[in-house]
Design a protein around this ligand. Structure first.
Ligand SMILES: *Cc1c(COP(=O)(O)O)cnc(C)c1O
Length: 390
């Protein structure tokens, strides 16, 4: 026991010395869908660190849908999907997603993390090659490392780097598989999906796009990054904890790939199905994303307000998504700025390594359709002050 305890406390001490110690703050979300605020023991804050991009999580309509689902279907699903946990609301939302996003099938998972693990573990075999963008989400990178395939990372959004890797591997007789994100979660930039898709096509590689931050936000009716780029990947992962305002994920794919996952994906087979009430609410979120175009328009307007409000000297580069990183570099400096903003009633989390590469600590600002233009003005004024050392 002594050795074990020592190991744990050494790791914690080391983490602290590096300025990377993580702490949770217990927050309460203000249940007003017209503002995005959180409250802690110390006070109330405008929240610019939420992925609820469309403001659906607090929308009365979505809350009512989940409540209605509870009344109709009860609390939990009671079993894994292959036993007795697959119910009518699951089937309905799967059909709805498949039709909306243009795939044969959609398969529900409890989280994006488990969907990514399920897909890479189940679909890749020994001898296959997996190519991932260097900045892909931890769930993809870790699944790739633990999968049976050989994993290589290509430089961020660098299609020529990817093509070189694909060409080297062109006649190995095994399967090539490329995984990228539609919108990069910590940078807010878009992947060059049209070029990546062309490179995959040429090399007969499978393409997986994780559109956790694009689906709901980008493209016609919020269909996401792929629709925006005019691309149909072989496999699309969408998650529901962000723009959908809920929780869970779906894998969109061909009929056979879905059936294969139902047979062989352990995260699917051996995990309790999401509550049917939640699947019922997801159907509503799906409809709201398509019908509430104003939420995406609001995001565009708020983005413009932010760009106009920030002083030029801060070095802010705008992005085509609601993720607006403000690069700082050093972890302790990012923490200092985050604390200074908090003293001004503004919550923006500092994102530090290993979540982002060393020396690229940043403030990750996210905008949501529940923010008001005045909130953004308050944010930019506070940032200007803090950056100018006032
Ligand atoms: C959030 C996220 C995930 C994980 O999804 P969860 O449903 O939160 O587990 C996967 N991929 C990307 C790109 C993400 O941003």
């Amino acid at each position: 026991m002594h050795r074990f305890n020592q190991r744990i406390s050494n790791a914690l001490a080391e983490r602290d010395q590096q300025g990377l110690y993580r702490q949770r703050t217990c927050l309460e979300r203000q249940s007003d869908h017209e503002s995005e605020r959180v409250r802690s023991e110390d006070g109330a804050y405008l929240n610019f660190s939420s992925n609820d991009y469309l403001g659906l999580a607090q929308s009365p309509e979505l809350i009512q849908a989940w409540q209605e689902g509870l009344s109709l279907y009860g609390a939990g699903s009671g079993a894994s999907p292959l036993v007795t946990g697959y119910h009518r609301p699951h089937a309905n939302v799967e059909a709805q997603l498949a039709e909306w996003l243009g795939f044969d099938r959609a398969l529900l998972f409890s989280s994006g993390f488990s969907a990514n693990q399920a897909v890479l573990f189940a679909l890749l075999q020994c001898g296959d090659s997996l190519f991932q963008d260097k900045l892909n989400h931890a769930s993809l990178i870790e699944a790739g490392m633990l999968s049976e395939a050989n994993m290589r990372r290509f430089a961020h959004n660098d299609v020529s780097s990817l093509s070189r890797l694909l060409n080297k591997n062109s006649d190995s007789g095994s399967v090539n598989f490329v995984a990228t994100e539609g919108v990069f979660s910590m940078d807010g930039d878009l992947s060059p999906l049209a070029e990546i898709s062309a490179a995959c096509h040429q090399a007969e590689s499978v393409l997986l796009v994780d559109d956790a931050h694009g689906c709901g936000v980008l493209g016609h009716d919020g269909k996401g990054s792929c629709e925006l780029a005019g691309v149909q990947p072989d496999i699309l992962v969408v998650t529901f904890g962000k723009a959908f305002g809920l929780q869970g994920a779906a894998v969109l794919c061909s009929q056979d790939t879905a059936e294969y996952l139902v047979q062989f994906a352990r995260h699917y087979v051996y995990s309790t199905a999401m509550p049917p009430a939640q699947a019922h609410a997801l159907s509503t979120a799906c409809r709201m994303i398509q019908s509430d175009g104003w939420r995406r328009e609001r995001l565009g307007e708020l983005s413009q307000t932010l760009v106009e409000g920030l002083d030029y000297g801060i070095g802010f580069d705008d992005t085509p998504s609601p993720i607006k990183p403000l690069m700082v570099g050093k972890s302790d400096e990012a923490l200092r700025i985050s604390h200074a903003l908090r003293q001004r009633g503004i919550w923006v989390s500092a994102i530090r390594p290993p979540t982002v590469p060393v020396n690229s600590a940043r403030l990750r600002i996210t905008l949501t359709a529940a923010h008001q233009p005045d909130d953004i003005k308050q944010l930019s004024m506070a940032i200007n002050e803090v950056f100018h050392g006032e």
